[in-house]
Ligand binder design. Structure first.
Ligand code: URA
Length: 431
């Protein structure tokens, strides 16, 4: 291990054997934290070649269980978002892609965050069950083309251990380590191909377009190196996506998009991601053909029907989706208003997320309970004109006077005197 650390410190390229030796030894506990942190710090400064990064990723996949989806007929395409506020794209693209006959076997998590994870949001729907046996999961995908389940199994334990170490040693922010970490979990989840939604902007993990593109390139290279056709969409996260933030709030907005509502950014990004997924599944020969077929399935109701089928198959109350007023909703609606006339020039997505968490939409610690009925409805987005006293957002709250959230929302919005352009939504596609 000493020789490996010194080789990387001095800018050398590690062999496959050296990388595997490190990952295996560290996972088993044979290599101590101090040597692993010295190596990750050396990687932080010296980087890794594409071959090294692919080997590291494969070694982390091999450190634990992998999910075998071969019993599902057809090519399985997964999607992954690097995370943002108001990101309910999974609930939209899953049904869109399933509606054109492509199997979507979605494993998701809960996690800490401003709003719940995918599973928490889905649990806004009464009765919906996300724990199921592997057999049931596969049967549901084969029958209905779509299932969403909680992650089971010990996937990429080497990543879990290394990520925790990086977190406390200042080595999270290394492109090969981030890319390997994300891709190891995706690859262990069994998909044949992957569409990545890499967010960029103030509310994203990567704040600049340059960094987001570099991360995307790194992940696409890993995927393609390891035989998983991967495409990355770089999308804007300089404000929340869509208008709704929260758990039931986001499910409601996702259902509305599938029913044909034109929430511009959310609909466009969902169609973009779903179309790339459909092409990777080899169902369509071109992006345009896929896009048209999916758009048609929104208009003819098939995409919404796919969401209904998913909910029904997993024991959820479909009436809550047919009549969206039946979704959980907290007791009070509180407007946060503009203090002056002008144009919205910035909405700090992170602060909106924190405001939602203060209402109870997310978890600050693992033990926290989610309140599915609280959330934030944005009334103004970047570029919109606003008058003093007009609502910027409506907080849906169980607390009559949620001062912390109100202050956070006020902090999030910037109003300028000059007219402001709407931000670009899709910055780049990396294949
Ligand atoms: N998310 C991950 O899963 N891993 C990283 O290293 C960073 C973000």
């Amino acid at each position: 291990m000493y020789d490996i650390i010194v080789k990387k410190r001095d800018g050398g390229e590690l062999t496959k054997e050296e990388i595997k030796f490190f990952v295996d030894g560290y996972t088993k506990g044979d290599i101590p934290d101090y040597q692993a942190s010295a190596l990750t710090m050396a990687i932080y400064f010296q980087g890794m070649t594409a071959d090294e990064t692919a080997t590291l990723t494969q070694a982390m996949v091999d450190s634990g269980e992998t999910i075998d989806l071969s019993a599902i007929e057809g090519k399985k395409v997964d999607k992954h978002s690097t995370g943002g506020v108001g990101d309910k794209v999974t609930f939209i693209v899953g049904p869109m892609v399933a509606s054109v006959g492509i199997p979507v076997a979605k494993m998701s998590g809960r996690g800490l965050g401003h709003t719940g994870g995918t599973l928490d949001k889905l649990e806004s729907i009464k009765g919906l069950e996300i724990e199921m046996t592997k057999e049931k999961f596969i049967e549901n995908v084969n029958t209905h083309k779509l299932a969403v389940a909680g992650q089971t199994g010990n996937l990429a334990p080497a990543d879990k251990k290394l990520y925790a170490l990086r977190d406390v040693t200042g080595t999270v922010n290394s492109l090969p380590l981030i890319a390997g970490s994300i891709m190891s979990k995706k690859i262990a989840s069994g998909a044949d191909s992957i569409v990545l939604d890499v967010k960029t902007g103030s509310g994203a993990f990567m704040k600049t377009l340059e960094d987001s593109e570099a991360l995307a390139r790194e992940m696409v290279n890993i995927g393609n190196n390891l035989g998983r056709h991967t495409v990355a969409v770089i999308s804007d996260m300089n404000q929340p996506l869509g208008y709704e933030v929260g758990n039931a709030n986001e499910i409601r907005e996702a259902a509305e998009i599938l029913q044909g509502k034109n929430v511009e950014d959310l609909r466009l990004l969902s169609l973009e991601i779903a179309s790339h997924m459909a092409v990777l599944a080899e169902k369509f020969s071109s992006y345009e053909e896929a896009y048209q077929a999916i758009e048609a399935n929104i208009e003819n109701g098939k995409a919404f029907e796919s969401l209904r089928t998913l909910i029904d198959a997993q024991g959820g109350d479909v009436a809550m989706i047919d009549e969206l007023d039946k979704l959980p909703k907290a007791s009070y609606e509180i407007e946060v208003t503009a203090e002056k006339d002008g144009f919205i020039s910035a909405i700090d997505a992170e602060s909106i997320g924190v405001a939602a968490m203060y209402l109870g939409a997310g978890r600050a610690t693992k033990e926290d309970e989610i309140n599915h009925g609280v959330g934030i409805s944005l009334k103004k987005k970047i570029g919109d004109p606003v008058k003093a006293g007009e609502a910027l957002v409506v907080l849906v709250s169980d607390d009559e006077q949620p001062d912390d959230s109100i202050n956070k929302v006020k902090e999030a919005y910037t109003i300028s005197n000059e007219k402001v352009e709407k931000p670009t939504l899709i910055h780049n596609i990396i294949k």
